[in-house]
Design a protein around this ligand. Structure first.
Ligand code: ATP
Length: 795
């Protein structure tokens, strides 16, 4: 089923527009499958939706900067936070900071792709449609912000490929067919495409009967009518029955091409009309009892014309009127939204065709989604803020969506038959050139409406007449009051002028009087000042004279003092020099004496050392000799003992037998020998001990003597050192004193010189100031003498 015209069964009927399907019998079938994958209004319970109402879903999409904007580096003032669903406008204009953030149901930034928007925001709505809801998606925003791009997308590729920048409409069509095919469902689908331009509806799918003129005058407007059930219907709107997505794409292309577009400063191909593309789907379902039911859902895709600033879009004459109409219908849409949000009584749906068409989508039974498109550029900030405000307000609209009741197949067939009948009668009436066929009840309703309208108009005319009369009366009253006011104001002006003149002369007199007073006061002040200054000058002259005398006597006494001081200082200097030379002589003598005593002491010490050394060596020799003797004695005794041992051994060997007798003799002898030896040994020991103790004593004595000598020597050296130190410090102090004295003398000299010069200067200054004073006084006096007669003249 491709693009053949045979497949497009065209029929003219009373349906279409934004009407909810009628004649839908109630169904108890609960088997409607939940096809949704998303969260459109996040509530699938039709009962709940009906009771509580569901908010209109509002999405914001910000387009990227276009080539022109990029070329001129247009500043970006809009930022989108998709995660937080926030859009912020930040700008500082003429010290006025704009910083506003809006929260929406979904936000798509400049980098967002068509697919992202569709998958996240539109796809769930398509599932709702297939469940049997009526859903509307409409794009709203300033001109050139991407409404058509979002709804329709870029141009379709020739080779039938699905383009990546395809918009909501082709994607929705594709998805609907995919789902239905996947379900192997029996369905029927029809589409309508209309345009609302300057408050006139035209059918974009109507066959072209006459050639298209420049301003599309050939387009026949179609009528919008009440359907008697609270809805509206567009009479004679073409409904195309479609079986494939490609058929819809073709219809879409055909219709879009017919849409009124024009180049504006803001968009090269700006849509100048509102367009509504509707897809109605009837799906066949079977109940468990085997009864065939028809489920119906409808998707309305609305691309509004851009809200625009007429001066910025460059619209002129015809275009300006067009823009005015666009803005008017959008304003009505805004008013409808406001009343719905504020719930403030009458909703002005009837004020524009746009709101009449969208009635069911705004506060009705339809599920609605608004896509607000904005530009990120600074130039569009005002319009962007207005769009955001508008969209934000629309978030609060509550609809009460209702799932369309499923119809029994037989009822649908009955419906279709009655429609065929109606169409037949219409065709007949048309063939007979007898007007068009309208059912009786609708005719009666139209007549009643007409009558009501005529009454209303009459009433309004009467009202307007009485208002006109009132206006004329008020106008006359106003004119007479105006004359009176003019007269009075003239009089007032004259009086004011006179008063002003009198005030001015009074002011002049006052000023003159004030100036005369000031001059008198000034003169009095001058005279008193003159007298005072004369007196002061005489006093000052006296003071100066006495000061001068004092200064002269001071100077002479100072000179005398300086002379005296000079003399004293000279004497001091001579004394100091003398004292210095004497001191140096005495110091030299002291140095010599100390040096001589030191050398003497050293010599004595050396002699003593020599004596001690000779004494020690003599003693050492004697000790050595004694040691030699003792050694000899020891060897001698040793040899004797050894001889005795030998003898004893001999005796032991030779005469063992005579041992007993001899033993006593031997022991006697040995005792005697022993005693002798012991005596000799003790004597030797005593002698050695004596010698040693003697030596020890001698050594100690010598050590003590040497120690004494050493201490005496060091004491002498220490004393000599301290004496020399004392002398040195004494000399240094003397030196210091002498230099201090010299410094003091020099400083005194300098101070005196300085004082003298200062005194001279002062003397000069005093002299000069006196002279100047005298001079001033002279001049002042002369001036006064001259001024007094002059002042008198002026007075
Ligand atoms: N999100 C986007 N990404 C890339 N280009 C975009 C986007 N939105 C808009 N454009 C481009 O900006 C231009 C204007 O877009 P479009 O015609 O859709 O604006 P519009 O809002 O429908 O304007 P009008 O109200 O005047 O009809 C087009 O060239 C379109 O391709």
């Amino acid at each position: 089923m491709d693009s053949s015209s045979s497949s497009q069964q065209r029929r003219r009927g009373g349906g279409g527009g934004m009407v909810s399907p009628s004649h839908t019998p109630r169904s108890t079938d609960k088997s409607a499958r939940d096809l949704r994958s998303g969260d459109f209004n996040s509530n699938s319970s039709s009962k709940h939706d009906k009771e509580k109402g569901v908010n209109v879903q509002v999405i914001v999409r910000c387009r990227p900067l276009n080539e022109d904007e990029l070329r001129v580096h247009t500043p970006v003032v809009i930022s989108c936070n998709e995660g937080r669903r926030e859009v912020s406008a930040l700008q500082n204009i003429a010290n006025k900071q704009i910083d506003r953030t809006f929260l929406f149901d979904k936000v798509f930034g400049p980098a967002s792709k068509q697919k992202d928007l569709y998958d996240l925001a539109v796809s769930p709505i398509v599932y709702e449609v297939l469940e049997g809801y009526n859903c509307t998606i409409f794009a709203y925003g300033q001109t050139g912000t991407g409404k058509t791009y979002t709804m329709e997308g870029g141009a379709r590729k020739k080779n039938g490929e699905f383009p990546s920048d395809a918009g909501v409409i082709p994607r929705a069509v594709k998805q609907i067919f995919e789902i239905l095919e996947a379900q192997n469902a029996e369905y029927n689908m029809k589409v309508t495409f209309l345009e609302l331009y300057n408050e006139e509806i035209t059918d974009l799918l109507a066959p072209e009967e006459t050639p298209k003129f420049v301003d599309d005058k050939s387009k026949k407007p179609v009528a919008l009518m009440e359907d008697g059930k609270g809805g509206v219907l567009v009479r004679g709107l073409e409904e195309e029955i479609v079986c494939t997505a490609n058929e819809i794409y073709k219809i879409l292309d055909k219709g879009s091409a017919k849409r009124r577009t024009a180049e504006t400063l803001l968009n090269k191909q700006s849509s100048r009309s509102h367009s509504i593309f509707s897809i109605t789907i009837h799906i066949k379902e079977c109940t468990p009892e085997g009864e065939e039911m028809i489920k119906c859902g409808k998707l309305n895709l609305v691309d509004l014309a851009g809200s625009e600033n007429i001066s910025r879009s460059g619209a002129r004459e015809g275009r300006a009127r067009e823009a005015g109409e666009i803005n008017k219908s959008l304003l009505t849409l805004g008013r409808v939204i406001n009343t719905l949000v504020e719930r403030s009584g009458h909703i002005p749906y009837r004020d524009s065709k746009l709101t009449r068409l969208l009635r069911d989508s705004l506060g009705g039974k339809t599920k609605t989604c608004i896509i607000a498109t904005i530009s990120p550029s600074i130039q569009s900030l005002e319009e962007t803020l207005s769009t955001l405000d508008y969209a934000h307000r629309a978030k609060n609209i509550k609809n009460k969506p209702e799932i369309n009741q499923k119809m029994m197949k037989s009822a649908v067939i009955k419906d279709l038959y009655s429609e065929i009948d109606r169409l037949k009668q219409e065709v007949y009436a048309a063939r007979e050139k007898n007007g068009i066929y309208i059912p009786r009840d609708r005719y009666l309703q139209d007549e009643a409406e007409k009558k009501e309208m005529a009454e209303k108009i009459e009433h309004m005319e009467l009202d307007s007449e009485s208002k006109d009369k009132q206006f004329l009366e008020i106008q006359e009253l106003y004119n007479s009051q105006l004359h009176l006011t003019v007269d009075l104001s003239e009089k007032l002006d004259k009086t004011e002028k006179k008063l002003e003149e009198t005030e001015n002369s009074l002011l002049d007199l006052e000023e003159k009087h004030r100036q005369a007073n000031i001059t008198i006061k000034e003169k009095e002040f001058f005279i008193s000042n003159l007298l005072k200054s004369e007196k002061g000058l005489v006093e000052r002259a006296f003071e100066l004279r006495s000061e001068l005398e004092n200064a002269a006597s001071d100077v002479s006494s100072l000179f005398a003092k300086i002379e005296r001081k000079d003399k004293i200082e000279d004497g001091n200097r001579v004394l100091t020099r003398k004292f210095q030379s004497q001191l140096t002589q005495q110091l030299e003598i002291l140095h010599k004496t100390v040096a001589a005593s030191m050398t003497q002491q050293e010599k004595q010490l050396e002699d003593m050392e020599e004596d001690m050394q000779s004494f020690v060596s003599i003693k050492a020799e004697a000790t050595e000799e004694l040691r030699g003797r003792v050694g000899k004695l020891k060897t001698m005794y040793g040899a004797g003992i050894k001889a005795l041992d030998d003898m004893a051994n001999e005796l032991e060997e030779n005469s063992r037998s005579t041992f007993g007798s001899l033993n006593s003799e031997v022991s006697k002898h040995s005792h005697a020998v022993e005693g002798f030896f012991q005596r000799i040994a003790s004597e030797a020991d005593a002698l050695i001990n004596d010698l040693q103790s003697n030596l020890q004593m001698q050594q100690e004595k010598l050590g003590a003597y040497a120690q004494q000598q050493h201490e005496a020597h060091s004491r002498a050296v220490e004393t000599a050192r301290s004496v020399s130190k004392v002398i040195v410090t004494f000399v240094e102090t003397l030196d210091m004193h002498a230099s201090n004295l010299t410094q003091i003398v020099e400083e005194a000299q300098m101070v005196n010189d300085h004082k003298l010069s200062e005194l001279e200067k002062k003397f000069e200054v005093v002299l000069w100031s006196n002279l100047e004073c005298m001079d001033q006084f002279k001049r002042h006096f002369l001036n006064k003498i001259v001024l007094v007669p002059l002042g008198v003249c002026c007075g």
